[in-house]
Design a binder for this molecule. Structure first.
Ligand SMILES: *[C@@H]1O[C@H](CO)[C@@H](O)[C@H](O)[C@H]1NC(C)=O
Length: 368
């Protein structure tokens, strides 16, 4: 063979070997951002309530039936929305819960979410212990002091944290386990839905600003889904067992409208920060108006649960869930299946419709 041809052959083989090594040799791309911090309620809690005296716990079978780690405390059969986002951001593991995370593990981010938690302190109290949003922000401040210690000084920590993504999604329980639960809470007798929503947004904005003061710069605020379409609300308040409860949905839309305005307001005031709004409500509307195009057969009943629409009592320990989980939007009375969470997580990360994320999606937030 001519030397030139031989050389070319060698180069081609070498490139093939490198390609194989790259694909199968455990070479992992670094995540798009150094860390991902998560604040929220049962929709994204991944174990913080396991050690609490609370009725809002999910660390028992069949929760996690489709999750590699089993029943971790996630309120789903599999992944939550933030698990999906973490994967899309390129993390090679899920963001660990605050309750069990120590040492340098905090550097890739922490999940502070707690089931039954709300923006208001008293929200969810009939279910027992929980970490309210302000408690989660307090825990985050503890993490920041640890980050300062690990990285050496405040400047280093600030430079690190400003590249990270922050997911924030609360408010569902302030309606579900507060305003629309008059037997336990007086808020609906004291305030109109507009007044109550304004109070929520006011408190929310104070805590979000506190996150900013402690280094958060790239924040994704998840809006509320149509809670009036959850199997629990349909079981309790829908005559035909399928029509969503408009009184609750309209309060959720009010909250979302105010939240989107808050994003605009912060983006004007905090010029070195970027906040985005995720339109969870719109994504659910898409699914509910055309379930089969998303692969769903059942959207008004839980896969696991008790009573009308499998929505009157939540999925009980040891209970046998539906076998065709992929075809259900809801896993239990309140929480979506992994299939439902995957749709929201994927569209939050990479918008499929211009209304999914405002003004940009998480993928572009990470790049910015
Ligand atoms: C922080 O640490 C970095 C790197 O060790 C150093 O260059 C910088 O001067 C320190 N800044 C302050 C304010 O101490």
């Amino acid at each position: 063979m001519e030397p030139e041809k031989l050389l070319r052959k060698w180069v081609v083989s070498l490139m093939a070997v490198l390609l194989v090594l790259g694909l199968w040799g455990g070479v992992r791309a670094a995540p798009q951002v150094p860390c991902y911090f998560i604040f929220g309620d049962s929709l994204v809690d991944n174990g913080n309530n396991n050690q609490l005296a609370s009725l809002a716990r999910a660390n028992y079978f069949p929760y996690g039936i489709d999750f590699p780690g089993g029943a971790t405390g996630r309120f789903s059969n599999g992944k939550t929305t933030v698990d999906v986002v973490a994967q899309l951001l390129g993390f090679d593991r899920y963001i660990p819960p605050y309750s069990t995370t120590r040492g340098r593990d905090i550097l890739t981010g922490v999940n502070y979410a707690s089931a039954a938690a709300g923006i208001r302190e008293e929200t969810g109290q009939q279910l027992g212990a929980r970490i309210s949003f302000s408690g989660q922000v307090q825990n985050y401040r503890r993490t920041v002091s640890q980050v300062v210690q690990i990285l050496g000084n405040q400047t280093q920590a600030a430079n690190y944290l400003r590249k990270c993504i922050y997911s924030i999604g609360l408010g569902s329980n302030d309606y579900l386990n507060n305003y629309f639960m008059p037997a336990f809470y007086s808020s609906s007798r004291q305030y109109t839905p507009e007044q109550f929503t304004d109070i929520l947004i006011q408190q929310y904005s104070q805590q979000i600003r506190s996150l900013y003061n402690y280094g958060a710069r790239k924040m994704a605020l998840f809006g509320l889904g149509p809670i009036g379409c959850s199997p629990n609300e349909i079981a309790q308040n829908s005559r035909d067992g399928r029509t969503c409860v408009e009184r609750i949905n309209s309060a959720n839309r009010l909250f979302n409208d105010r939240l989107k305005s808050l994003v605009d307001q912060f983006n004007r005031q905090l010029t070195d920060a970027k906040l985005i709004y995720i339109n969870t409500y719109g994504m659910f509307q898409d699914i509910l108006s055309s379930p089969s195009s998303f692969g769903f057969r059942v959207t008004n009943a839980g896969c696991c649960g008790v009573g009308r629409n499998n929505g009157q009592i939540t999925c009980l320990p040891g209970q046998r869930p539906c076998p065709n989980r992929r075809e259900y939007l809801f896993w239990d009375a309140f929480h979506p299946t992994e299939s439902g969470n995957s749709i929201v997580g994927r569209r939050a990360y990479s918008a499929q419709s211009s209304s999914d994320a405002y003004p940009i999606d998480i993928r572009r937030l990470a790049q910015s």
